[in-house]
Each structure stands twice: as C-alpha cells, then as structure tokens.
Design a protein around this ligand. Structure first.
Ligand code: HEC
Ligand code: HEC
Length: 251
C-alpha cells in the first residue's frame, strides 16, 4: 500500500509529461502514401455516403436524412475540426455520436475499424480542408462505376455495404474483414474465387445476402440485408458478384 502511494505520484508525473509531449503539435507525422490510400478507400466506403466524398456533407444518405431533419456535419470545415481537435475527432469516430453528445445517427466505428485504421481515418479527416479540390470527381466516379453488363447501382451498393468486410476488390480483405479474422477467426468469403462462386446459383446468392450467413449454417458475421436493401438492390448486387467472380449468371 505504502509502495503504491509512492509509485502513484511518480506515475502521475510521467503521465503529465507524456500528455504535455503528446499535446505538442504536430501530434503525428503525415500518413505514408500507402496508409493514406487505405484511409481514403475506407473513407469512401464508410463515411462518404453521409459526409460526402470530400466531407461536404452531400452524401446520398445525407440527402435522405435531411428530409427527416437530421443534419450531417461538414468535415471540410477547418475551424470546426480545430475546435473538436484530433482527440475529439478520434473519439467520435471510435465511439459514435450517441456516446459523444451527438446524434446516434453517427455510427460508432471502433470495433469495425480497429484503432489503427481509426487513427489513420482521423488524420485523413483532419487533412480534408487542406486537400483542395479534394478527391477528383473522376476518381470517385471510377471507384464507384459498375463494370460493363452490371446495373449502374451494383458497384456502389457493394462499396457502401459489403467492401468493409469483403474488400474493395472482393478478396475478403476489407478492414473489418481483417478485424474479424484476427478477433473471431472468421474469414469473409473471397468473392473473386471463380471456382467457388460457380457452384452457387443466383438464388443461393440472393438468399445468403438477404438472410445472412446464420440462416444457412454459415458464419453469423455475414449480415442479413433484407432490412437495408430492397430485393431489386440485392439482385443488382448478385449481378455485380458475377462480374467480380467472372462467373456467368446461374438462374
Ligand atoms: C449514417 C450517416 C453517417 C455515417 C455513415 C458517418 N457519419 Fe459521421 N456523423 C453523422 C452525423 C449525423 C453526425 C452529427 C452528429 C451530431 O452532431 O449530432 C456525424 C458527426 C461526425 C463527426 C463530428 C463532426 C463535428 O463537427 O462534431 C465526425 C468527425 C464524423 N462524423 C466522422 C465520420 C467518419 C470518419 C465516418 C466514417 C468512418 C462517419 N462519420 C460516418 C453521420 C454519419
Ligand atoms: C461484417 C462483415 C460482412 C459484411 C459487411 C458482408 N459480409 Fe458477406 N460474408 C461475411 C463472412 C464472414 C462470410 C463467410 C461466411 C461463411 O463462409 O461462413 C461472408 C460470406 C458471403 C458470401 C458467400 C456465401 C456462401 O454461399 O458461401 C457472399 C455471396 C457474401 N458474403 C456477400 C456479401 C454481400 C453482397 C455483402 C453486402 C451487401 C456482404 N456480403 C457484406 C462477412 C460480411
């Protein structure tokens, strides 16, 4: 007990010095190009639907939310970001709006992203006001464009709802997929695996996307999408998966 009493003030002093050191700007060096690219991909997949690809609060979901009176904030506002600060931005991303005195429409991303990628997205966000004109429109369009023969919405639906786990290219290597692999020993299916995908009928794919893995004796970490997506959208996704896996439609 007495030893603790001596150790504690010393620890507090060290923590104080550390806090001082870490509060000195710049807190972190700029992201390496590879981490910057990964953060950008994650931002487009997770955040752009609400905050817009350049943080201008003009994502498609934001438009729908506005009709219900919910305002998605700009992330391209340097003064505002400065006020919230790096710690504040990281906290709202990790814990979500509901836990940081904001609207719970802002999801919490901590478990999904893991701390490493959350830190990188934080730095990516803090740098948005410096990046003018931001992500070129052509890059965004190219990233979201469906391949030939796939309905226009197919790729976009995939990026917004599936790439987190299955990866932007479908190899099962999305950031949340990595977390699942590390923490739950579950691997999101490699959707580019032609051999496996050729064994699935379009109906099989439609059913597993609609009802989730748990309904079919597969991993429960494959979510059910009937609530979030319409049957027409799930059909568009099936068509996109055919293109991803280079397998023909199989009624
Ligand atoms: C479903 C829509 C939605 C998605 C997806 C979303 N956000 Fe948000 N976000 C919001 C809303 C709404 C708020 C505002 C909450 C409030 O102020 O009440 C918010 C607030 C924030 C804030 C705080 C801004 C401020 O000025 O205080 C940050 C930072 C942020 N989001 C970053 C992100 C990042 C990074 C992602 C992706 C990993 C993301 N958001 C995904 C809707 C969303
Ligand atoms: C939270 C992570 C996660 C998300 C998001 C996710 N999946 Fe999955 N998915 C998985 C996992 C894990 C599996 C592996 C299930 C198994 O093999 O047990 C899987 C498997 C699959 C399979 C293979 C099923 C089979 O028959 O073996 C398809 C197809 C699929 N997902 C499509 C999608 C589509 C389309 C979306 C977006 C609408 C999506 N997934 C979103 C985690 C996810």
């Amino acid at each position: 007990m007495r030893r603790m009493a001596r150790v504690l003030p010393a620890a507090a002093a060290v923590a104080g010095i550390a806090a001082l050191l870490f509060s000195l700007p710049p807190a972190r060096a700029a992201l390496s190009p590879a981490r910057q690219a990964r953060a950008q991909q994650a931002f487009l997949a997770y955040c752009a639907m609400c905050h817009g690809p350049d943080g201008a609060a003009d994502g498609e979901v934001a438009v729908a939310l506005r009709r219900s009176g919910i305002v998605v904030p700009h992330l391209d506002d340097a003064a505002r970001l400065q006020t919230v600060g790096r710690t504040g931005v990281l906290r709202v991303i990790m814990q979500g709006g509901g836990h940081t005195g904001r609207s719970n429409i802002m999801p919490s991303w901590g478990t999904l992203l893991g701390p490493g990628l959350a830190e990188d997205i934080t730095d990516y966000v803090l740098d948005i006001p410096n990046r003018r004109p931001g992500v070129p429109e052509a890059t965004i369009q190219k990233y979201l464009k469906s391949p030939p023969g796939v309905p226009a919405e197919g790729r976009k639906l995939y990026v917004y709802h599936c790439s987190a786990c299955h990866g932007a290219g479908g190899r099962g290597d999305g950031p949340s997929g990595e977390v699942l692999r590390r923490k739950r020993n579950v691997r999101p299916r490699d959707l580019t695996d032609s051999r496996y995908m050729a064994t699935r009928t379009d109906k099989d794919l439609f059913v597993v996307i609609s009802l989730g893995g748990g309904h079919l004796g597969k991993s429960v970490y494959m979510p059910a999408w009937t609530v979030d997506l319409t049957p027409a959208q799930i059909k568009d996704l099936v068509a996109y998966l055919r293109a991803l896996s280079k397998t023909p439609a199989r009624p």
